[in-house]
Design a protein around this ligand. Sequence first.
Ligand code: GLV
Length: 329
Amino acid sequence: MSPNQWTVAITREIPEAGITPLREAAAIKQWPHDLPPTPEQLETLLQDCDGAITLLTDSIGGPLLDRLPKLRVVSNFAVGFDNIDVPAATERGVLVCNTPDVLTAATADATWSLLLAAARRIPESRQYVRDGHWKTWGPLLLLGQEVTGATIGIVGLGRIGKEVAKRARGFAMRILAFDPYQDSAFAEQYGVTYVPLDQLLSESDFVTLHVALTPETHHLIGPDQLRRMKSTAILVNASRGPVVVTDALVEALQSGEILAAALDVTDPEPLPADHPLVNLPNCIVVPHTASATVQTRDRMADLAARNLLAGLKGERPPASVNADDVLPS
Ligand code: GLV
């Protein structure tokens, strides 16, 4: 099929870097609204498309794919792909792609922003000034937790977890990690000690989550795990909301079981503005923006477009989740 006969969907506005390469090769159907399409609207948008750039807010399962027999490539504009039923896509010969690597540094930087902001109580401090409470310098004013020399526990030492670990070296931290897949060369080079999850939780001053959402990591951090953490500990989540049991976290923050939390992701997402996590003084919530820099979002758009085009041409995309199972070897 000649390229300009392809029709592709883009399920939201994305940076131009992802649209230009597609415009030259295919007819584009782009969702024009700020809010995601409903499942019915998504199906209508994807109807008669050969491929699509999708977002983590688009749920793609087997029954939907059955109703979209023309769709051959789903190129997710995200490193995570828990919004897509990959086995169902593979069974139907649909290629699934994602955007790893290009967002690793930005996400690690954002993790550190959250960790430092929670440790040093930056949102509370800002509010204190805005509310006109700042009358003098105070020896006991808004005391936070020391980061330098503390222990950080990284749950999920994959690409992003490793970048978080590298940055922790700059803070002279003791670095613990929990991950069933161990990279001993990395651990040795960066002074990381792999430990069981329970030990990580009980010994860390900062616990930061970087696992993919899978059945194994769903609710990995619940009431028992929060109970194991120090009462001075801070929990950072830059992975997926459902890795943490939301109600248990609210309870742990309210009762003082842990000191604070800083969340890029939540369950549900978005959180309503009147949710306790949004309003607790010891919890920072940002709207899933860990990879949101101009530069990173351009790179994600470019990679998503290149993945899509390669898949449509029957070539191996730069980043795919199931190419080995879907493309002829
Ligand atoms: C964002 O959460 C992503 O998976 O890229």
